[in-house]
Write a protein that binds this ligand. Structure first.
Ligand code: TUI
Length: 309
């Protein structure tokens, strides 16, 4: 299946794995790339040297292209931005901000730059700044989110820019991919389904929370402070929401979330940790290899899009 994105990135299938904090490490990224998609290493809040190590380990596992996501709220974003250049990374996605200040450095290194956007305004700004594509990420996604849904955001971004658009948020099977194509997207980015992949190093408790989740099991914390984060409901979200309603400041609430993603992903504490996941978690019901997931989804897409062009 050829689109401007598969051509741009040199990949077989129009499927990109989200650059999820703590989750998107070298094993997962390499497995997705080996299966014909584009794997990403999530820089998240990690120091540059930790990301460099992850990149080097992924290179040992696959000769296929993979990328790095630079999380722009990270205190180490400047260092990670340099490390991707030094390590010869070919594709960079960015999240949670405007990557404008790194554009020149990355473009002159020949890197394909794909900012994740949650609005038409940022998509247009990124196109003007030289982005090669954008990921239009709807509020159905897990983690740090914007307000617009995938259904409304993707066609509006497609209409507003000439560069190819990748849809994200609420996509976890062939139907979602086919729907994204109908909206004008030329690839999809998926996170939640890959969290439960066999190759994912995420704690089994975290995987089981996603596998057992129902349609309305996620909640959004932090809206009142301008950092909305979608995760599965648990003791932590209930406490956070209660304190948020009482008008507690960002600083007062921060202690509840600091380090809590790590607690859930690595230690398996899914009661007090942050179990980031998208709204589609309710549909993700089995652990498979990345290859099984991608092959299954592409078979569905081929049936659904037969005769559509
Ligand atoms: O970045 C993500 N998802 C993430 S980052 C993350 S780590 C984190 N944890 C706790 C709090 C904050 C971050 C977990 N999940 N997705 C891409 C994304 N980018 N979603 C929304 C945005 C976005 C939002 C506003 C991008 C730009 C923006 O405004 C840019 C500007 O400055 O105009």
């Amino acid at each position: 299946m050829k689109t401007r994105i598969t051509e741009l990135l040199g990949i077989e299938y129009p499927i990109i794995q989200g650059g999820m904090a703590w989750v998107a490490e070298h094993n997962l990224a390499a497995a997705v790339s080996e299966a014909g998609g584009l794997g990403l290493i999530g820089g998240a809040n990690a120091p540059g040297e930790v990301v460099r190590e992850e990149i080097r380990k992924a290179k040992e596992l696959t000769k296929k292209p993979f990328g790095v996501n630079v999380m722009l709220l990270s205190p180490h974003a400047d260092d990670v931005a340099k490390v991707v250049v030094e390590e010869g990374i070919k594709v960079v996605t960015t999240g949670a901000g405007n990557p404008g200040k790194y554009m020149d450095m990355w473009k002159s290194a020949g890197i394909k730059v794909i900012p994740v956007v949650a609005s038409v305004a940022l998509a247009k700004m990124m196109e003007r700044a030289g982005a090669d594509a954008v990921v239009a990420e709807g509020t159905e996604s897990g983690g740090h989110i914007g307000e617009a849904t995938t259904m409304t955001l993707v066609p509006q971004v497609v209409d507003a820019v000439n560069i190819p658009v990748i849809a994200a948020g609420g996509i976890a099977d062939g139907r979602g991919i086919a729907a994204a194509f109908m909206l004008g997207a030329e690839a999809v980015q998926m996170g939640t389904r890959f969290v439960v992949a066999k190759e994912s190093i995420v704690h089994e408790n975290y995987k089981q929370r996603i596998i057992k989740a129902k349609d309305i099991d996620s909640a959004v914390t932090g809206r009142s402070h301008g950092h909305p984060v979608r995760c599965l409901r648990n003791q932590m979200t209930r406490e956070y929401t209660k304190l948020e309603k009482e008008g507690k400041s960002f600083e007062e609430l921060e202690y509840l979330t600091l380090g809590t993603l790590r607690k859930a992903v690595m230690d398996g504490d899914v009661a007090h940790g942050t179990v980031m996941a998208g709204q589609i978690a309710g549909m993700v019901d089995k652990e498979q290899t990345c290859k099984e997931m991608i092959d299954e989804m592409m078979a569905q897409v081929n049936v659904l899009l037969k005769g559509v062009n």
